[in-house]
Write a protein that binds this ligand. Sequence first.
Ligand SMILES: NC(=O)c1ccc[n+]([C@@H]2O[C@H](COP(=O)([O-])OP(=O)(O)OC[C@H]3O[C@@H](n4cnc5c(N)ncnc54)[C@H](O)[C@@H]3O)[C@@H](O)[C@H]2O)c1
Length: 350
Amino acid sequence: MGKEIDITIDGKVAGRVVGCDRIADIAPFVAQEPEVFVVYDENASWIASEVIAAVPGVRGSIAIDATEEEKSMETVLLITRSLLEAGASRKALVLAVGGGITTDLAGFAASIYKRGVRYANVPTTLLAQVDAAIGGKTGVNFDDYKNMLGVIVQPLYTFVCADALRTLPRRDFLSGAAELLKTFIIENEEDHYGRAVRWLSSGGSDAELQELVLAAAAVKAGVVSRDPFEAGERRKLNLGHTFAHAIEHEARQQEDDITHGEAVSMGMILAARLSDALGVSKGLERQLTADFAAAGLPTQSPYPVETLAEAMDKDKKAEGSLVHFVLAECIGSVIIRDLTVAEALKLLRI
Ligand SMILES: NC(=O)c1ccc[n+]([C@@H]2O[C@H](COP(=O)([O-])OP(=O)(O)OC[C@H]3O[C@@H](n4cnc5c(N)ncnc54)[C@H](O)[C@@H]3O)[C@@H](O)[C@H]2O)c1
């Protein structure tokens, strides 16, 4: 049995990340729960079956189609209706089994059902293990806006099980790898960044990967504990994301297929270019480009910076307003700099 990492808010433990080797290892943590309802991604149904077999208090299960189109209020209502029909009381624990789409949906549904019941996550993608399933941000897409409706409520547990990644397609694995590297660019104790680049480019053992995943989970847990509602430090986790959201927006317009992690990878390269141009860092774009390419991640945005700037301005809704850009001074140290999109564009063009 692996490591436990607490998320502490105002001096109280608000949630816990637990490292597990096998899915069945989660059972002791929830064995006393009288009413467990499993909300699971159909593509991770084998993991849900193992959870249901191992946890004695399971009273029902709800399958969802984990796509961005289905990440909607309609699906939240479907989950809450299923809970109601199954007779879930305020003592219920919702257990989300899936990637970030599933944990965002199930966490939100649990947080509004009967004014809020507890939930826990069994993330089944690398991205959810290092990022989405930790920190309590939940929500759904609304109209054309991603994650527009939601709440911040901490999960009771996030179980990081090495076994759960066994069937994850390579492209989804790499999408999570971008967030793994992002985390270590923010905080890089014991050169986790270098170790992650080496693992991704040359391979390594499952145990080494689990160690890196838990190290990244600990970084996120620490940031969330210090700033649960994104008043300041938590913004650092958005490294590369201002550009990534613009890339994802453009990809939707063009009907191009780009995953969130791919967009984050390309977004971090643009953030590094901006850092270099401002003199905040030196040679960072070159270093990240080499490392990310070796790790199998895309480094070059298919859209020109002018197009991305337009999308960012639209996102801000008012031209000329300031954007919080997360910039890296070096691997392991990031800062936030407020710039207008026009200022950023000028620097990126140099
Ligand atoms: N709440 C947060 O803090 C936060 C942070 C980052 C991202 N997110 C959200 O997370 C979502 C992306 O998460 P994701 O990348 O985990 O995507 P996802 O949930 O869409 O999963 C990716 C794909 O992998 C499949 N899958 C999941 N687990 C599998 C497994 N073990 N074996 C085989 N297939 C499996 C899914 O069905 C899906 O097709 C986005 O909606 C994003 O907005 C939330």
